[in-house]
Design a protein around this ligand. Sequence first.
Ligand code: ZN
Length: 373
Amino acid sequence: MSGNELRRVRITAVHMPRLEWAVGREVSLPSAMLGSAAGSPGVTSLDLRVIPPPSLNGLAEDLRLRAAFTTQPPVSKKLPFNYQRVPPLLRSYIARQIGRRLRARRAEWSRYPDWPLDLSADFVNDWTSGDELLPSSSRAPALLTHDIESPEGLRNLVEMFLPVEEAAGARSTSYVVPAGWPLDHGLLREVIARGHDIGVHGYDHSNRTAFLDAEERQRRLTAGRQALAMYSPQGYRAPSLVRTAPLIDDLGRYYRYDSSIPTSGGPFPVFNNGCASVRPFRIGRTLEIPITMWRDGSVRFLGYQPSDIGEMWEQNARAVAAARGVVMLLTHCERRFSGNPEMLDAYRRFVDFVRTSPAFEWSTPARIAAAVR
Ligand SMILES: [Zn+2]
């Protein structure tokens, strides 16, 4: 036992207003720290009114990066063929079968970060240092983003999603696969003309870029950015959220921000992945804007119904706003994800919830990146 392993504790009371949001939440902390701060590594709750803030430089960063990268390729990378060629419906079917079984094994894949929301890094940041990148505002920025995987997704974006967003006064950012299928530049130009943003979603979505050697990785990053350069992409999102430290570090040379790390990744793309933070942070030269909201693909794979998902998004967004984070929602526009009447209805209700609540204001990842710099 090094004392570096994490233990989950519940925060029962706090000593300063900036930590009020953490009361009642569980966070994960190193057992050695609990031992020295609370007198025993085995405590299950913390009353911060009676514990002096520990001086643990670097702990927030340690908690953000501990599970931030997917060092193992996901299953699809190990397949001897491009899994994009598996018919989408079959792919979804297989994923759902796996998902149902996974839901029952939650304890294995949500050790750290906890799922569906783990705010351990933000808790430590507020407890020990108090500096943060976000401009102080009483409203949480709400960012609507899509990963566009196919011509169908792009069409659905324009026909189904943009009207919902525009009716609520919002503008979204869509990360488009640059080299996986023939791009419809007419539609992409229309997205831009209507005031929305385009970002880059990997290269050909074969989940390989993160694991290639530096030269080949940079060749793909360069070609991917080039293919969409006319839309001035400001940000990147890794396909399937497969990301390694060298990839994330490279991205700072190509983009103003990256958004490939979930707060709580759950079982996808690998067990126990995420940054346990809902606030933008830097990794080396790259500004990371975490994906703070439950992803449509994951929750559908786990067997949740569209009617539950809208409700979950609202809870999730409230918790993110309370912790002074950014509400970063990722949906996919393909029919098998959110481009169907039931999910689109959940999406519409969520967008309306954000529009009518004083806790949020619309923003975009590019605006957040510009404000942070
Ligand atoms: Zn994707």
